[in-house]
Every structure is written in structure tokens, then in C-alpha cells.
Design a protein around this ligand. Sequence first.
Ligand SMILES: Cc1ncc(COP(=O)(O)O)c(C=O)c1O
Length: 449
Amino acid sequence: MRASRRLQRLADRQATLSSGKRGDGQGLIGSAPRLVEALRRIQQIAESKYGALYERQNRSPSARRLSVGPPGRPQFRRLVNPRAELLNFASNSYLGLADDPRVHTAVDAAIRRYGTHTGGSRLFCGTAEVHVELEDRLARFLRAANVFTFTSGYVANVTVVSALFGPEDAVILDRNAHRSLYDGVLLSGAALFRFAHNDVGHLEHILQKTDRFRRRLVAVDAVYSMEGDMAPVGEISALAHRRGAFVLVDEAHAIGVLGESGRGSLEHFKLDSTAIDIRTGTLSKAIPSVGGFVAASPDVVLLLRYASHGAVFSAALTPADAAAANAAIEILEAEPERVARVRHNAAALQSALGSWSRPPHGGTAIVPILIGDRMRTLDAAVELLERGLFVNAVIPPGVPRGGERLRCFAMASHTSDDTAAAANLIRSVLDSRSLEVAADAKMTASFES
Ligand SMILES: Cc1ncc(COP(=O)(O)O)c(C=O)c1O
């Protein structure tokens, strides 16, 4: 409640912000009207019965809070009723490694050896052996020439795009590409173009129109987190390279999920490593840690390592985070069956959901259920929570109005009973609310807000 009072105070102040005057700092917030609007909406949700869906631990009334424990665990508990287990399909710890004892042991050892401090940026005092071990392991795993890590996937994308491209260049993004790629373009000063989601014809049209630029980059997500579909990486790469453009693929939701051994889109599409010039990704989804990475040619990685802003002006990944990621990749290499299990679980969930699973399953770990209405999405998600299933309720600004949806993440640690129970609950809640499959709802995610 204290947190929601704080939010209330912020929102109250917002009433006086439009003047934008300097004084007690309020003018600063007033210059970000879209964020203030987002804050107002969060506050409304936090104080309502829907609060439990989002700021579970801090803002919702305690009766509704969840005891999350390791957030990647397939079950959660309620704080006030710890015996009531909830199935967790809201976490993207795809490989189910979030509470793997082998990862914990590696982290304990790293803390004993290095402590908790990063030491500074990688360039100065921040590089420990474990960073090098992680980057070498990632490079081997991804079959990449070189890898460099950053403190998050967001930082990796912003840093890579803004370091390598500038005002004389053009960056062409899929309409649904992750916000971090978009922010990287803004920072780079490059001209921004966007093609309709996964529409290679539209991309070709933009490539034809943009050959006046010094260099061009086509950047896509390997897997789109709202739709759960994949980019046609082979086609995009062939087209972009034919037209002289570079290709960046963000493998955030692909590592650990796509390809026989979880190596991502190159493995899935059986492409040569030259098909993608730059791969980025995160260590916070299938890999149960935090951090981001770039995989590219040695000269590109050298430049990013020693000269990019995200590397030079920001602290290194902590040794403990690097050790967690390193241990998890080692497990993934030894237990590739986890990859097949995630995809199997997602496909089983999708098939048990029948027509409620929309858009059709994209062969990834993400199963969206399009509802197409904000209140219906929130109501369905909160009823599911009350009946023992935790899924994401995605509403604007995560998706545009009309594209509201429930989103489930499958994990390797779900059992077939878990997926069957989740599908039954979802069907039962949606059927009882006589919702219709949102056939015409907007499918396009938005990063504009
Ligand atoms: C496609 C994509 N790229 C990048 C990121 C950012 O990764 P991180 O959470 O490590 O900053 C995300 C996270 O949601 C993502 O979905």
C-alpha cells in the first residue's frame, strides 16, 4: 500500500506538471507526458483487483500477492495461503533452469572467488576470468567467431546499433522489432524505416528505395515475444545481402528454444553463419541470469569491446551473473532434450487450447491467446489467477488497442499434466465468459508508446 501511495503522490503531482516549470523536479516529469499517462494507468491497475497480475510483490493488496520464489519455477504460491499452488505460465525461463542447483553452485563459487562487485567497466577493472569463460563458451555454443557481453539484452541492442551505424546510414526494422533496437536507431542518428511484420515483399520495397544511404542494416527479432512467431530469417538475409545491406537478428527468445540444440535461428533454418552479420541476445530468458550479448566477426566485436558506449561507460556484468549464464549454457549443451521439451510443451498447450490459440502456434515457446479487449483480457487473467493459473495479461502499450491478449510461456520444467491443466483452465474461463476468438484483432505489437 505504501508503494501505491507513492504512485498516487506522483500522479497527483502530474496535475501540476503541464506548466513544465523548474522547481521541485515536477517539471521534469511533465516533459514526458506519455510516461506520465503510463504511470497513471499502472497506478489504476495496481490499486484494483488486477494489481496481482503485475506488481505482484509490492503494490497489490497483500491478500493478492504471490510468493514468487525463483521466478522461473513452474509453480508459485500465494503469500497469504502458501499451500495454494499456482501453475506458472508467465515466466520465460524456457529451459526450467532458474532454480537448478548446478547453476546455484556455480554462482556460490563465483561469489566466494570474486565477491559481488563488478570492479567497473570491462575496459578498466571489470573483466574477471569468468567473463572470458562465458564469452568463449557462448562463441562455441553459437558457432560464432567472437562474443562480447553487456549487462542486458536491451543494452546490447542499443549499444550495437548505435555504435555501428550513424547519421549517413539507414536502419530498417520489422514493425514489431524489440524496443531496444528502435532505441538504438534513435541514438545512432540513422534514418529509420520499418517494414510490415514479417513481410519480405515490403522489406524489398524499402530496400529498393533506400540505396542512396551509405550503409543499411536490416534488424529483426528471431522470435517475436507478443506473437510467438519467427522471422523468416533465411529469406530476409538472402534479400538484404543481395541488396548490399547488413543483417542483425535479436535471438532473445530463440536461444535455448530454436534448433535441435537451442542454438537459435541459424540452427533452426539450417543457415550458414554468414547469413547473419550480427546476432544479439539476452541471458535473462532461457539462460537464467541477466545480461546480453553480441556475436559477430572479430573486428566488430573488438570495436564493441573497446569503443562502444555500453562497454566503456557502463559496469561489467557481475561475476555471479556471468557464472550463472556460463553454468546454464554448459547444462544446455549437455541436456539438449530440454529444448525439444519446451517446444513440445508449447505445442501441446496450443493444441489443447484449440481455436483459442491464436495466432497459430509459431513453433516457439510462446503461446498467445488473442482477446482483443483490455477489460476482457484483464478479467480473464485475474479469474485464471484466482483459479490457479498465472499467465501474462498483455494490454497497451505492450500491444496496440485491439491486440490485447493473454500470453503463456512454456517451460521445459512443465509436465504434461501442467500443460493440460493450464489449457483446461483457460478454455473453461474463456468459454464461461462467452468470449469469441478475436479473429480480426490487431496482430501487430507496438513499440511506439
Ligand atoms: C526480443 C527482445 N530483445 C531484447 C530484450 C531485452 O533483453 P533484457 O531483458 O536482457 O534487457 C527483450 C526482453 O524482453 C526481448 O524480448
